[in-house]
Design a protein around this ligand. Sequence first.
Ligand SMILES: NC(=O)c1ccc[n+]([C@@H]2O[C@H](COP(=O)([O-])OP(=O)(O)OC[C@H]3O[C@@H](n4cnc5c(N)ncnc54)[C@H](O)[C@@H]3O)[C@@H](O)[C@H]2O)c1
Ligand SMILES: O=C(O)[C@H](O)[C@H](O)COP(=O)(O)O
Length: 375
Amino acid sequence: MKNITIVADSNIASLDEFFNGATLGQTSEHSVNIVTVAGRDINAQLLADLQPDVLLIRSVTPVGAALLADNESVQFVGSATIGTDHVDQDYLTARNITFANAAGCSKHSVAQYVLTAILTLRPPYWQQSITLGIIGLGNIGSTLAYYANDLGWQVLGYDPLLPASNINNASLEQVLSKSDVVSLHVPLTDKKSTDNKRADAKGASDSNDYPTRHLINAKTLAMMPAQTMLINSARGPVIHANDLEADIARTERQVVLDVFEHEPQVSEHLLSKLAIATPHIAGYTVEGKLRGTQIIYDALCETLAVTPAQSMQALLPLNTFLWTELKTHPERLVTFYDIQQDDAALRSKAVDGQVRGADFDKLRRDYRLRREWQR
Ligand SMILES: NC(=O)c1ccc[n+]([C@@H]2O[C@H](COP(=O)([O-])OP(=O)(O)OC[C@H]3O[C@@H](n4cnc5c(N)ncnc54)[C@H](O)[C@@H]3O)[C@@H](O)[C@H]2O)c1
Ligand SMILES: O=C(O)[C@H](O)[C@H](O)COP(=O)(O)O
């Protein structure tokens, strides 16, 4: 095997522990050279200079023709994230470049973030049978439904791409109009052009038949009663930000945002209208981030045909936070994760009408990772 050069986003957890000569099956004559860079600084010039074989990213590096058209070296792209809207997968397939993302890596972290937000804003909900609306019932949405079920809450769920089930049990309008809280867990997708769709000619529905960009807009917001809480920890552009501001002005709705339409910039005016606002950290736990690295490491090992030699279990510090315990002592929730601290940190960065992108990114880069509750 030859020397391997890896360019990696420095915000990926435990890079050196997972990607070194010993863990990638290299002999003593062959090395692994890993260059870490801020995700937003990974560009075509850097790839031209370094000629990497492997590119490891998170969500802030757009990957497609603009990055790779002049590059012949990259053979594997791994994104240590669930979301893939920053990656042109059709382009990678056409170029015969292997792609892997970390599906499901932070599903418990995000579901736990959502529960924390709800119970921080409405503590009596611990004891009440409320109706939780979930839009998108994949890894995160179904995990959230599991916790809701454990608390004795009703779930109204909408996912047109999955078969009906005990949680996929409602129309979009029903979820929006009948829930006490609506939480969004869809990928960011756009309608595919008719030409591209014809070329695919699969016949079956896919996510492009149900695009999510601006799924929540003036029309869908009008379906929601004023007292219904709205939470977005999916992707910012799933909500039309101007329509949301108009809705809050009219309804005084409690809205929780972890993601923003114009991220990493956030308007101070919007911020001032939100019940809780956090800098895209819903998935930022020790477990969520390590699992992200583990999944792309395993995928790279498969591509290189080597047996994985590193495991996140060996790197995880002890965790004593148990869901069963928390469930019977709800007052411990806030001492466990004080979401309002994250909210205050973001608000403190607002200057001259906005949080600047660099400050938003810095909050994320310096974030003290939380722990997941153990089930
Ligand atoms: N804030 C964070 O830190 C954070 C962390 C992880 C993931 N995310 C975001 O959360 C999203 C969801 O994650 P996941 O792991 O559940 O993904 P997933 O792919 O497992 O599930 C997404 C579900 O959404 C459904 N869906 C697609 N279009 C829909 C539509 N128009 N209406 C309703 N449902 C629709 C799909 O059928 C799928 O079941 C990711 O794509 C990512 O953008 C955010
Ligand atoms: O899609 C995901 O996995 C999350 O949104 C993830 O937390 C994004 O974080 P980033 O890649 O920007 O560090």
